[in-house]
Design a protein around this ligand. Structure first.
Ligand SMILES: Nc1ncnc2c1ncn2[C@@H]1O[C@H](COP(=O)(O)OP(=O)(O)O)[C@@H](O)[C@H]1O
Ligand SMILES: O=C(O)C1=C[C@@H](OP(=O)(O)O)[C@@H](O)[C@H](O)C1
Ligand SMILES: [Mg+2]
Length: 174
């Protein structure tokens, strides 16, 4: 199998962390839509949002998704990638889509200890724990609908990688 693998899920679920490890396990390239955007614009997510609003960022995110998609590549997407139906359709048609699923409590705990403010400007203006509950309430059905596979992201990164590899091999065998 050489199709690209797209990791989706809320901020802090581990798309970037797990994506790198998964790419090594598969001997695939690794790319991250936010990193691509930062390199191509020489601006952080926060700077893009300040200059162009979330609407501007979302349009650039769609371009970034298309630019990085290639065979034998693991692609960590930004948490809001599933907000545009166009992006969901594109990922489903081009490769395998994996949802790294975690509770709002676990996500908030990770983001509180490692906020990375330049990467994650506030989405709602609310405290992080409330924000993650709100975001998951709004987006869980979108992650679910977009994904070919759902994995439990509340375990150690190497275990998440194992679960993804198992899902992909089961899908291949069926
Ligand atoms: N499975 C995991 N267990 C514990 N901490 C994790 C796990 N995955 C990611 N993290 C931590 O959570 C934070 C966000 O991870 P990151 O990979 O940037 O998530 P995302 O790209 O989905 O926003 C980082 O500090 C990272 O070290
Ligand atoms: O959930 C979101 O809307 C966002 C998640 C971020 O990516 P991570 O999920 O990698 O943190 C980044 O794309 C941007 O801040 C918007
Ligand atoms: Mg990320």
């Amino acid at each position: 199998m050489s199709l690209p693998i797209f990791l989706i899920g809320a901020r802090g679920c581990g798309k970037t962390t797990v994506g790198e490890a998964l790419s090594q396990a598969l001997g695939y390239a690794f790319t991250d839509t936010d990193h691509h955007l930062q390199l191509s614009t020489q601006r952080s997510v926060t700077e893009i949002v300040e200059a162009e609003g979330w609407e501007g960022f979302r349009a650039r995110e769609t371009e970034s998704l298309k630019a990085v998609t290639a065979p034998r590549t693991v692609i960590a997407t930004g948490g809001g990638m599933i907000l545009a139906e166009e992006n969901c359709r594109f990922m489903q048609e081009q490769g395998q889509v994996i949802w790294l699923s975690a509770s709002p409590e676990v996500l908030a705990e990770r983001l509180e200890s490692e906020p990375e403010a330049a990467q994650r400007p506030t989405l709602t203006g609310r405290p992080i724990a409330d924000e993650m509950s709100d975001v998951l309430r709004e987006r869980a059905h979108l992650y679910q609908a977009a994904a070919h596979h759902q994995v439990n992201a509340m375990q150690a990164p190497e275990c998440v990688v194992e679960e993804i590899l198992l899902s992909l091999s089961l899908a291949r065998a069926s």
